[in-house]
Design a protein around this ligand. Structure first.
Ligand SMILES: Cc1ncc(COP(=O)(O)O)c(C=O)c1O
Length: 354
């Protein structure tokens, strides 16, 4: 039976990447050791690290005046690092669109002055009209794809202040103009590779401004100066991310992924909308293409739905504990066949349980 893994993260990775990693796991480039046993400063590993960065720069068309950092600490680490590096004595604006952007604001508050604005009219619609004049803020932080809520903010935001975005669950899933942002960050465990690696893409003129109290490992300037090797980087995760970047390039890059992701999400939302057994109440223009949340009309059936889905090879469809219901996370590595299998299962479940 083919297994499709809809986990929100750590999420499924491309099978071809996993197979290649498996093949060279114990003997990397005929060195007789695993890539995870190599010094991060060895010529062989440095080549892996540099290629990964080069490929990412190509995939995202990252301009030269941006540094790319391969760090530890997850996106939550960046919730602290962003204010510690960028806030200074100024004030930042945090846009709230769901669980993660609220989490980022809660953390930033520990380190300085921020304003928060909740864009959620209700659970389903965002009101961008609530965004105040942003000039004067040190930066504006937001989360374009709220993994838990299945809500996305696709609109281009006003750029009177430097923009900072948490791309954890949408990086490389659709095109993005990096030059519109001061800083982008993402935990790797959804669209990039294994957990343990965190990517930061930061405009170079913002380096070297960290607060005196900023821990060295969160200091962007220091990490850039040391090419992300101030401390031992997450070498295996970095290597595997590089393999995913190569896979992406072989499959048409971000543009091809974006087209496929749009088609995958449309197939699933269209099916849900056509049914009165399942529902998704997010306003269509704010529906996430990466995390499709849905509810069963009768929540009493949730447990049975999940058990039967697992038995049919459809893993990890349970919604986040904070919002309940179901969630299908359909990042780049999820093929259209996975969506078809899910839709077919949902149709059959509806027939036998209505
Ligand atoms: C959008 C978003 N931000 C932040 C996080 C937290 O990431 P981490 O667990 O890497 O700290 C997640 C994790 O799922 C996420 O989806």
């Amino acid at each position: 039976m083919t297994i499709y893994n809809f986990c929100a993260g750590p999420a499924m990775l491309p099978t071809a990447v996993m197979r290649k990693a498996q093949q060279e796991f114990c003997d990397f480039q005929s060195l007789g050791v695993s890539v995870m046993e190599l010094s991060h400063r060895s010529a062989e590993y440095m080549a892996v690290a540099e290629k990964a960065e080069q490929d990412l720069r190509e995939l995202m068309a990252i301009p030269d005046n941006y540094a790319v950092l391969f760090l530890h600490g997850g996106a939550r680490g960046q919730f602290s690092a962003v204010p510690l590096n960028l806030l200074g004595e100024g004030k930042a604006l945090y846009l709230e669109t769901g669980q993660w952007s609220v989490g980022a604001a809660n953390e930033a508050e520990k380190f300085g002055a921020i304003d928060r604005v909740d864009l959620r009219c209700d659970a389903q619609t965002l009101d961008l009209g609530r965004i105040p004049d942003t000039s004067g803020y040190r930066y504006v932080h937001y989360c374009p794809n709220e993994t838990v809520d299945g809500v996305a903010l696709y609109d281009d935001l006003p750029m009177d202040a430097p923009l900072v975005a948490d791309l954890s669950s949408c990086i490389l899933g659709r095109e993005l103009d990096v030059s519109r942002f001061a800083l982008l960050y993402a935990g790797a465990q959804k669209n990039i590779g294994p957990a343990g690696l965190t990517l930061v893409i930061v405009r170079r003129d913002l380096l070297g401004q960290a607060d005196r109290r900023c821990p060295a490992i969160l200091d962007y300037g220091l990490n850039a100066q040391y090419d992300s090797m101030y401390n031992t980087p997450p070498t295996f995760a970095w290597y595997l991310a590089g393999e995913v970047f190569q896979w992406l390039k072989q499959h048409g890059g971000v543009a091809a992924m974006a087209e496929l992701n749009r088609a995958k999400a449309k197939r699933l939302y269209d099916f849900i909308d056509a049914s009165d057994f399942y529902s998704n109440a997010v306003a269509p223009r704010h529906r996430s293409e990466m995390n499709v949340t849905f509810q069963l009309a009768d929540a009493e059936l949730d447990k049975r739905f999940l058990a039967e889905a697992e038995a049919a090879g459809l893993r990890a469809l349970k919604g986040h504990r904070l919002v309940g219901g179901m969630r299908a996370s359909i990042y780049n590595a999820m093929p259209m066949a996975g969506i078809e299998a899910l839709v077919q299962f949902m149709a059959e479940f509806e027939r036998s349980h209505r």
